[in-house]
Design a protein around this ligand. Structure first.
Ligand code: NIG
Ligand code: FE
Length: 412
């Protein structure tokens, strides 16, 4: 048994609703809190530090020495949508976009997703692994200990499998939990001879069976958009991927409406983006079990509208918030900063932001052992040196986690 504390405030995020609005008054705050971790590295007890210390006969001198007033604890954060396995960089795309160039002009000048595909295909596994681990470590420093990571810059059997194998290798080298997703349906690669439907069929026939055999990912994603895959071909693809045993998630309604509906219809665990979703479809999504994932980093990166997070919550939907960290549309990667900015534009409470990057994000990844702090849960938690939880969001990413724990062990 190990006891951590005393902490000025522990926010367990326990007993909050999975869907809909949450006010800050609903937050359970344990003052002078302690966290007891058992021999399986799970949370044994959370509560008043002195009470736990007396019960477990641990003397206060055995515990950490910081003063009570210094620290606030939260469940560690979960980034449920990233593309952080990639080669190269797209700073030039960013500059061209800010100079007023269109998506098409950028692609013609050698930018866009295709440029990341070429860099990723040309990179060795070791090179990809090294940069991926650097990005994972940056996320850990922010207090993020569960990270979804998509393929989607390989776009053929060899390179998609390479990406997913690199993610698997990264898992052997990090204590963070990585959740791989096969996004071979990101774009039809320029060197594929055939229609986009034929490419989707190629994924089903040639890529997914190998992904399954090597146990490289349990989730499949598709980018449904005019410039990528069309709605009906995507629907068929998703149904077949589901039949193969994969969980489904969708890049939906980023620029054009209509695809979040498909995500709900096929029973996707999440529909991500939703910047362009029409009210009727928001209603439909909010009534479903599909988690709506806002990606403010992409809105900031592209200068596009934010996901209507407030409406989703007011309609009683399940809202998670993720970074979408990728070399093109969301190069920043600081989920805490992005979620804080989303809060100001979409009028989210601090509780709603925390929920979006913890237990609601866990729901998007179908993970039931994390996202809140209570007995039996994974002992992943983050500590901020501050006297009030509100400061975490108020400081818009500039209050950086001072300690990060995974399975009850300090890793930063
Ligand atoms: O989620 N929308 C499609 N895919 C990514 C962008 C990837 C890229 O530009 O490389 C996204 O924003
Ligand atoms: Fe994305």
């Amino acid at each position: 048994m190990k006891l951590f504390g005393p902490f000025k405030q522990i926010l367990t995020l326990n007993n909050l609703p999975l869907r809909g609005k949450i006010s800050d008054e609903q937050l359970e705050i344990i003052e002078n809190g302690g966290i007891l971790i058992n021999s399986e590295n799970k949370i044994e007890e959370i509560g008043n530090y002195d009470v736990i210390a007396n019960k477990t006969k641990q003397s206060l001198s055995n515990s950490s020495t910081l003063q009570l007033s210094d620290r606030v604890v939260l469940p560690a954060f979960i980034d449920c949508h990233t593309h952080i396995c990639f080669g190269g960089n797209r700073a030039n795309d960013f500059a061209m976009r800010n100079a007023g160039k269109t998506y098409l002009e950028i692609a013609e000048k050698g930018g866009g997703i295709w440029s990341s595909v070429q860099h990723t295909r040309n990179a060795s596994e070791d090179e990809l692994l090294e940069t991926l681990l650097e990005r994972i470590n940056r996320l850990i420093l922010l207090g993020i200990t569960t990270i979804e990571i998509k393929s989607g810059y390989g776009l053929n059997v060899e390179s998609e499998l390479k990406m997913l194998r690199v993610i698997k290798k990264a898992q052997e080298k990090t204590k963070a939990t990585l959740v791989p997703t096969c996004l071979s349906a990101h774009l039809k690669p320029r060197d594929f001879e055939g229609t986009s439907s034929a490419y989707l069929q190629y994924i089903l026939d040639e890529i997914l069976p190998k992904v399954k055999k090597e146990n490289l990912a349990k989730r499949v994603d598709v980018f449904i958009e005019k410039s990528a895959f069309q709605r009906e071909e995507s629907r068929n693809f998703l149904i077949k991927a589901k039949e193969l045993g994969f969980e489904i998630t969708v890049h939906a309604d980023q620029f054009t409406a209509g695809s979040s509906r498909i995500a709900v219809e096929v029973g996707a665990v999440s529909a991500d983006h939703l910047e362009a979703t029409i009210d009727e479809d928001l209603e439909y999504l909010a009534k479903s079990e599909t988690v709506a994932v806002a990606l403010p980093g992409a809105s900031i990166g592209l200068g596009e509208p934010f996901t209507p997070a407030r409406k989703i919550l007011d309609k009683n939907g399940i809202l998670a918030i993720a970074s979408d960290w990728n070399p093109g549309s969301a190069p920043n990667g600081n989920l805490i900063l992005q979620a804080s900015i989303l809060a100001t534009y979409q009028k989210l409470s601090t509780a709603e932001v925390f929920a979006g990057i913890t237990f609601r994000a866990a729901k998007a990844l179908n993970l039931t052992d994390r996202g809140i702090l209570k007995k039996g849960m994974k002992a992943d938690f983050v500590v901020f040196e501050t006297d009030n939880f509100q400061n975490v969001i108020y400081n818009q990413g500039s209050l950086v986690a001072s300690e990060v724990y995974i399975d009850g062990k300090k890793i930063n």
